[in-house]
Design a protein around this ligand. Structure first.
Ligand code: NI
Length: 218
């Protein structure tokens, strides 16, 4: 079997496995989020380069062990899945490292992407958190945690540790200041920075309109 066919088989079975795992996810981390991140990562790679197989695998698996979805069970589903696929050790190490580096752990907690592939997947994931889709996903996530949409007296807080970020119960609008509006400056690649501009502007317009409606001005 050629390497290309072998890799395509691995990608297809990973895609099926992930689709299954995320099918009934209602907090904005559903299969379509994964699908968009994969497509965006491959699009960024067209100009930025990188190993496409690693990028696609890591994109598909990037939320599999996410604390937001799994809690701290201690068992790495990604590790178990990669072992099952019998990938070469250096490939699965690379994929696991990307997965580990991609998750956002709070505004003051830096998660550095070290490889080009990690930078690309991290950018694709962050782009899906901003713009119109970002707005939709943020409220879906807030709703899944029974959070208020907005509370005029609860001000945004910058979380400088993972545990304060994780245990945050603030209204969803605060999340724009604590994370979403910061993302454009945290992107790694020029291609992603360019795409982020319009998405960032859209969120600013959204917030302006939101407050105007809240104050009955519009
Ligand atoms: Ni994600």
């Amino acid at each position: 079997m050629s390497l290309k066919i072998q890799q395509n088989n691995i990608l297809t079975s990973t895609e099926n496995y992930i689709q299954n795992q995320f099918e009934n996810e209602g907090s904005g981390h559903d299969w379509w989020h994964i699908h968009r991140v994969r497509n965006m990562a491959l699009k960024i790679a067209e100009t930025e380069g990188g190993n496409l197989f690693i990028i696609e695998m890591a994109s598909l698996m990037h939320d599999l062990d996410d604390w937001k979805l799994n809690g701290d069970s201690g068992i790495s589903k990604s590790k178990v899945w990669l072992e099952k696929l019998e990938l070469e050790q250096n490939q699965s190490d690379k994929i696991l490292q990307i997965i580990d580096q991609v998750s956002f752990k709070g505004a003051g907690v830096e998660t550095k992407a070290t490889s080009l592939e990690a930078k690309i997947v991290q950018d694709a994931d962050r782009l899906d958190a901003i713009g119109a889709i970002g707005v939709a996903r943020t409220f879906a996530y807030g709703g899944s945690k029974s959070r208020l949409i907005y509370h005029p007296e609860i001000k945004p807080e910058m979380h400088d540790s993972f545990s304060t970020y994780k245990n945050n119960t603030a209204p969803t609008i605060n999340h724009f200041y604590e994370k979403l509006l910061l993302l454009k400056d945290l992107l790694n690649t020029d291609s992603a920075k360019k795409i982020a501009e319009k998405r960032h502007q859209f969120m600013e317009v959204f917030l302006e309109q939101f407050y105007a409606e809240w104050e009955s001005k519009l």
